[in-house]
Design a protein around this ligand. Sequence first.
Ligand code: CAA
Length: 279
Amino acid sequence: MKVGVIGAGAMGSGIAQVFAQTEGYEVYLCDINAELAAKGKAKLEKAFAKRVANGKMEEEQKDAILANITTGTKEICVDADLIVEAALEQMDVKKKLFTELMAICPADAIFATNTSSLSISEMGNGLDRPVIGMHFFNPAPIMKLVEVIAGLNAPPELVDKIMAIAKEIGKVPVQVHEAPGFVVNRILIPMINEAICVLEMGVATVEDIDAAMTLGAKHPMGPLALGDFVGLDIVLAIMEVLYAETGDSKYRPAAMLRKMVRGGMLGVKSGAGFYTHTK
Ligand code: CAA
């Protein structure tokens, strides 16, 4: 099966790895220009080289996965069987991408989006073919879960097909009905937002809030470190969706979160967030 992954950022390249390392799948990793797509693949190559050096991956395995990923712009997806879109979290950007892809991809191609909180029904509305949610978690090669989200225009056989593909690539799919934030982000992102409120109120320091949640709740990383890891712009965007969709003040983004995003403190990707991050 040929899979076109649209967007070669952290999520897109991680998703590309997941498919490319599974027998029977070939990947087209795409971005708005060929250089950005190649950069996404180069990041994978660098991460693989480290894993080879640490004895966690065979050189041949590294070469085989990389050989399975072709990079370019979305036009290389002309014979793709499946599209997984992991581009900017903006409805108009995603709708335009799907419109253009539907015009060039085979008649029986499947279209999936990795959106973290946008409405799948709205995304599919007005398009020639259905769109389904196939939501991976960061880091995609490690996290086992895939949320499969059917919007109003997704037929049941499409849900079954995506559930089967998710299992084939070694993931555990859960079927989720469309709702703001689906399941994980509805629960996880407000927790990060709450940790920021706790920090804002001066209840504890950044380090102590994270220590409290790793040691007291056995989370793999503290909520503020996780916010930096996910990207504070993404955290804010998801809180905005939860707040706007529900009108419930419990989803109001923390003022400190807004301020940090406005000031360009986005976490790991910008080098500064609640922690300082060096390359
Ligand atoms: N490919 C395959 N395997 C890899 C890999 C790669 N690129 N990189 C690492 N691994 C393997 C490692 O070899 C290791 O395997 P072993 O245990 O067999 O040695 C395993 O994965 C763990 O790797 P690390 O030791 O590097 O990682 P860690 O133990 O320090 O954990 C972490 C890192 C997985 C990020 C962990 O801290 C964690 O789970 N954090 C929480 C992440 C989380 O909550 N993600 C969800 C964010 S929300 C989201 O994504 C949704 C959204 O829409 C915003």
